[in-house]
Design a protein around this ligand. Sequence first.
Ligand code: NG6
Ligand code: CA
Length: 515
Amino acid sequence: THKNYGFPIFTLLAFLAISCKNKSTEIHKSMELPKKPNIVLIYADDLGYGDISPYGSIGLQTPYLDSLATESIVFRNAYATAATCTPSRYSLLTGNYAWRKKGTGVAKGDESLLIDTASTTLPSVLKSAGYETGIVGKWHLGLGGIGGPDWNGKIAPGPLEIGFDYSYIIPATGDRVPCVFVENHNIVNLDPNDLIQVDYKEKVGDWPTGKENPELLKMKPSQGHDNTIVNGISRIGWMTGGRAALWDDETIAQQLVKKSTDFIASNKDEPFFLYLSTHDIHVPRAPNKMFQGKSGLGPRGDVILQLDWTVGQIMSFLRQQDLMDNTIVIFSSDNGPVVDDGYYDQARELIGDHKPTGDLRGGKYSSLEGGAKIPLIVRWPDGKGKGTVSNAMISQVDFLKSFGRLAGVDKIQNDVIDSQDRLDVLLGDNKVGRNSLVQESFEGPLSYIDGNWKYIAPHDGPKLVPWGPKIETGFEPNQQLYNLKEDSGESNNLADKFPEKTAEMEKKLAAILKN
Ligand code: NG6
Ligand code: CA
C-alpha cells in the first residue's frame, strides 16, 4: 500500500528540500556562479586597444590571451577613467573619479599615499565580504603619510591600510627610483648596513647617472630618465644604497608571477581577490631572455609577449589548483598605449604595421579615445558569455560596486560616488551598459561620453604631448563634439554643426563635476 512508502517518501522530500535550500545558499541569486567566487584581476600597464590579438592586433599574436578570450567576454567599449596610471588606478580602487581629488595626476616616486585610509575601496569591500585580498605588482598611488615613505622603516600607510591583506609592490613605476620591491610594510632584502636614500629634487649619493655617465647605459633615455643608473638603465629620481634589494628588470615578470601564485596557493580555500598589476608593458622595456627578439617588433612587442606569458602562467596555475570553476579572471589595462615613453628601445623603428591603439586617435596621456579606451576581458567560471563580444559601455570605476555585489555586499558607503553596479554588463546580460562616462587626460581637461556622443572640453594646451612621445593630446581651444558611432577615430568635429548638443554635453559634464 501507499502507506508503506510514506516514511521513505517523506524522508526523500525532506532531503530534497534541505539540499535545495543548501544549494540556494551556495548559488548566487539567479546565476549559476559560486556565491563568493575568487577574483583575479590582471591589470596591464600602458597596453593599447590594438596591442593584443583578441582585439585584432596587427603583426603580433598573443596566444594565451587568445585562449582566455575564447573562454570569456571581450568588451569592445570599455574604459579606464584616465589616460595615465595614477588616476586610473585611483578610480579602480576607490570607485571615484580621480579628478575629484587634487594631486592625483602621475605620482612622483616618493609621493605620500593618495587614497584616504578611511575611504571605501574595492579591496575593503571584498574584505568585508570575507575575501583575502592581495596586490602584487605596480602600485603608483603613493606611500606613507605627509612627507612620503620612510624607506628604511615601516612603509605605511599603503595598500595594507586601504584594504589589502597582503602586498608585494613596485612602489611607483619601473622607471622611477627606488628600484626595489616592498612587501607589506618593508623593502624586501634591505640590508640594515646599506640603507637606502631616495630623492626627487637632487642627486643623493655617488651612483652614476644617465646624464653624467651615458657610457654605462644599456638603454639610453630619450625623454628625461637620466638620473640614477640601476641595472644599466637610468631612471627618474636619484637613489643610493639598498644594493641587495635592487630588482632585476629582466625577471620582474617572473617574480610577480611567483608572488601571485604563492598568494593564490595560500588562499585557495577561502574566497580571495588578487590584483596582479603587471610592470609590463611600461618602460623600461627589458624583457626576459625568453622573449628577447621574439616578437620582431623590438622590446615593446617582446614585453607584450611577456605579458601574454604572465596571463598563461596564472591561468595554468589556477587550472592546476583546480580553481577554474570558482574564479573570475579579469584582464585590462590602466591607460592607452605609447610607443616612445622615454627610452631609445627601438619601439618606433620596429613597429611595422602594428597599431597600438587600433584605429583610435591619440594614445596614453590624451583626451582622445586612444587615451582611456582599453581592452577588457572577463572570464566567468561557469562559462557565461564564453567567446562573445560585448559592445556595452563600461568603466573600470564600476568594478567596485559590481564586484562588491557579486561578493554579496549590497550596501556600499556613500563616499563612493562614481561607481555604478554594472554586474549585468560584466555578465554579458546587459548589452547597453553605462549611458555616460568621463575621461581624464594628463593635463586635467576632461572628455565626456554620452550615448554615441563625445565632448572634449576646450583647453588651450599643446597639440602634442610636449615631452616627446609624439601623441596627439586632443586639446583644442574650442569645444569638440564627435559622433563615436560614425566616427570612432574622432576625425570630424561636429561642435559647430550641433551647437545645442554641444551645449547639452557641456552642461551634463558640469553637473557630474558638481556631484
Ligand atoms: C611620465 C614619464 C613616462 C612615464 C609616465 C608615467 C617622463 C619624460 N615621462 O612623466 O616615462 O613614467 O610619466 O606613466 O618623465 S604611467 O603609466 O605610470 O602613468
Ligand atoms: Ca600606465
